[in-house]
Design a protein around this ligand. Structure first.
Ligand code: SF4
Ligand code: SF4
Length: 372
């Protein structure tokens, strides 16, 4: 019978970036089985999938649920919320999830990505009552939500819904004091409400492991050349009191082996090591970025419907965590069905409404050069 540790953070397997076969779309189930088995053999028991991750729930059934006793692990999945969704449609989605997973219950069920207008619509459309009813029916054991908004909004939700059993937050050393994610403040709100905390993005989608700038790598290499960059990021999160589960979305057997090796005998960072991470964070924060506040004023009236703030976000991320392949994919996703940077006709309308006085036309030319 699986149990979660209470003396320190548990390690959870995020199943959203599973390995793919050569066609690039089909999940490599045989490789996933090896990863799942290695994870379980090392004493870890928490798996996180979602309705919205293509193929993930089915692969979870094949690699995990059909091969291991159902009570030997904890399973989390999530309700994808469309802003028009009714309770009946939500019922349909959990039934699809259960069918894909081949199980009659999930342990942790999340309202997926509470943020922006989803917060209000979850209220209005009765989704909080819905998850309560699912629990009463035994289809889920616990309910909570993943969250991407401000600490003030988080406080509001947790005050309104003290019955929410857990909250899943984006926490990593880079976003700890950032103005957009505000990891630290959200963490403090969750602590104030006494919630179980599950952490997502502890390595920022792999960026803090695979795409650090050389200046930051040098800081970690000098401190300890024998450990991975991922281990610094994961140990930083694990060093915060009251973190219950740390999820890592793993894509290869090597990543599972590396992560379990230090999560198994997890040691919080010492004061000296914490200073190293602080230095890395400060170095990242000192890298000049496009100072776009995502106010979206520039979008109004653009004759080419160019998603400028989204494009600048991709440029900034690629400046901080250089990974051109990943950046091109994010760029393509950002401009899909909108205008590309190269579609800009340089009319200048956007620049006259930009409170940051950004040279938008020039920056879009750079984006086109880099990503198209
Ligand atoms: S300059 Fe380019 S991005 Fe700005 S409003 Fe005109 S077409 Fe749109
Ligand atoms: S108006 Fe300027 S600051 Fe606002 S989103 Fe557009 S580029 Fe960013």
């Amino acid at each position: 019978m699986a149990e979660l540790r209470t003396d320190r953070a548990n390690f959870g397997f995020g199943l959203m970036r599973l390995p793919r076969l050569e066609d690039g779309t089909t999940i490599d189930v045989e490789q996933t089985k090896k990863m799942v088995d290695t994870f379980l053999e090392n004493g870890f028991v928490y798996f996180d999938t979602a309705y919205a991750y293509p193929g993930s729930e089915e692969a979870t059934r094949k690699a995990l649920i059909e091969r291991h006793p159902r009570d030997s692990f904890f399973l989390a999945t999530k309700l994808s919320m469309q802003t028009t969704m009714t309770k009946e449609e939500a019922e349909n989605l959990i039934n699809v999830s259960l069918e894909r997973l081949g199980t009659d219950y999930v342990d942790f069920y999340l309202l997926h990505n509470l943020s922006g207008n989803r917060i209000d619509f979850a209220e209005k459309n009765g989704l909080w009552d819905f998850v309560k009813e699912l629990k009463a029916k035994g289809k889920i054991r616990h309910y909570g939500f993943s969250f991407h908004d401000t600490p003030e909004k988080l406080d509001e939700i947790l005050t309104k819904h003290p019955d929410a059993e857990f909250v899943q937050l984006q926490i990593n050393y880079h976003d700890w004091d950032s103005t957009d994610v505000q990891s630290r403040k959200c963490y403090e709100v969750a602590r104030k409400h006494g919630k179980m905390i599950i952490v997502m993005e502890p390595i920022k989608g792999g960026a803090l492991a695979n795409a650090l700038p050389d200046s930051v790598k040098a800081i970690f290499d000098k401190a300890n050349p024998d450990v991975s960059y991922a281990s610094w990021a994961l140990r930083f999160v694990a060093s915060q009191p009251g973190i219950n589960i740390i999820l890592s979305g793993m894509s290869t057997l090597e990543q599972v082996q590396d992560n379990v090796s230090f999560m198994k005998d997890l040691k919080p960072l010492s004061a000296e090591e914490m200073a190293v991470v602080d230095e890395a964070r400060k170095t990242l924060a000192s890298i000049p970025l496009i100072e776009c506040t995502a106010c979206e004023y520039c979008l109004k009236g653009c004759p080419k419907s160019i998603p400028t703030p989204g494009i600048f976000k991709v440029m900034n991320r690629n400046t901080l965590f250089p990974d051109i392949k990943n950046a091109k994919t994010s760029y393509a996703r950002t401009v899909a069905e909108k205008g590309k940077a190269s579609d800009c006709i340089k009319c200048g309308l956007c620049e006259s409404s930009c409170p940051q006085h950004l040279p938008i036309r020039e920056l879009l030319s750079k984006a086109a050069e880099q990503f198209e």
